[in-house]
Design a protein around this ligand. Structure first.
Ligand code: PLP
Ligand code: COI
Length: 344
């Protein structure tokens, strides 16, 4: 029996995974399997060369009992971009949506009921399975959709967190892969995350790698700052185009705020009334303070930006959070048609 109240954000084992195999120029019909394992050739490209990309979006049991996926079309389009970047076969949007729906339907007992703030995280994954040593794309891949019931990412909803800017780590190379959701972008953040967590920081905030003059994004979410009723978020070739951020920009406008998507100079961090991370998993993570460390592993902190007393959450972040989660749970009107309903 799942305790919906205390759910975290984990690789929960549900009942089924949905799989399609691209081979000989076509995707195989989507297959639902209860086998939670893949058989791979030891030379499979994904194992040696990280030929893999993934997506993440949520499905909600709404107030009136309907089941809604939140903007899965956006994730389908982003996976096409990632696949093209890697030279992998792209699952078309219809297949992406069909397999995601199938995954929800076949794991319905794991979809958290309305009222707990919990949801079902859908994780589509695409990876290259052809055994090959050469560094050239090969048109064979597995596309799999799995899911997990999830609660809050950081142990509580809308919980304020500390962040650190590590002077000796970058997330994305200039003109590199930062704007694509490649598995390899995350592999390189595990150790810096571990070091940061051991020092009490929840998030890593990365600056642009070439000049370190601008804010890029957090390791697992986009950045936004609030000042003078304005929602300000970085425009950069190296950040992941976040669906949550895109949604929040629209919500902010709907709530009468100004929206600026532009380069955000590092110095501007000192002027924000509120700062936060945004992404599917967290929705919004209010940031209590950001420390700057020339070397992540050493104790020296050269700057510190504070956004209200520790633990407090700014009024604008709270308002935006309530609005977006209200739409997701069917409590507020979905004026933009973001909810994709599943016929059960
Ligand atoms: N940036 C990074 C690096 C992420 O991993 C994520 C998480 O998905 C995001 C931003 C937020 O994107 P989205 O709102 O589409 O989940
Ligand atoms: C998400 O917010 O959906 C993410 O993908 C974060 C994940 C990398 C932990």
């Amino acid at each position: 029996m799942i305790d919906w109240k205390t759910l975290g954000f984990d690789a929960y084992r549900t009942r089924t995974v949905v799989v399609s195999h691209f081979k000989d120029g076509a995707w195989s019909p989507a297959q639902t399997t209860e086998t939670f394992s893949f058989t791979l050739d030891p030379f499979a490209q994904v194992l040696h060369y990280a030929m893999s990309c993934f997506e993440g979006f949520k499905t909600f049991r709404q107030k009136d009992g309907r089941v809604a996926m939140f903007r899965p079309d956006q994730n389908a389009a982003r996976m096409v971009r990632s696949a093209k970047y890697l030279g992998l076969p792209c699952p078309p949007e219809e297949l992406f949506i069909q397999m995601s729906e199938l995954c929800v339907k076949n794991n319905l007992e794991f979809l958290p009921p309305y009222g707990y703030g919990a949801s079902m995280y859908i994780r589509p994954l695409l990876f290259a399975v052809h055994p090959q040593m050469q560094l050239v794309p090969y048109p064979e891949a597995i596309f799999a959709v799995m899911c997990a019931p999830v609660g809050s990412y950081y142990g509580a909803y809308l919980k304020s967190c500390a962040a650190v800017i590590p002077g000796d780590h970058d997330r994305a190379a200039p003109k590199g892969s930062g704007s694509y959701k490649l598995s390899s972008n995350y592999a390189t953040t595990f150790v810096p995350y571990q070091i940061a967590h051991n020092q009490g920081y929840t998030e890593l905030l990365y600056l642009n790698s070439s000049t370190r003059e601008y804010v890029d994004e957090f390791g697992s979410s986009n950045f936004f700052g609030i000042r003078d009723n304005t929602y300000i978020t970085p425009l950069s070739d190296s950040v992941l185009p976040s669906v949550t951020n895109k949604t929040l920009r629209q919500v902010a406008e709907d709530l009468g705020m100004k929206v600026e998507q532009r380069a955000v100079p590092f110095e501007e961090l000192s002027s924000f009334e509120e700062a936060a991370g945004c992404g599917t998993a967290v929705v919004i993570t209010p940031i209590s303070h950001i420390d700057v460390k020339p070397k992540l592993e050493e104790p020296t902190i050269t700057r510190s930006f504070r956004y209200g007393p520790d633990g407090s959450v700014g009024p604008v972040s709270t308002k935006l959070y309530k609005h977006i989660t209200g739409i997701q749970f069917g409590e507020a009107e979905d004026t933009h048609g973001w909810c994709h309903y599943i016929d059960l």
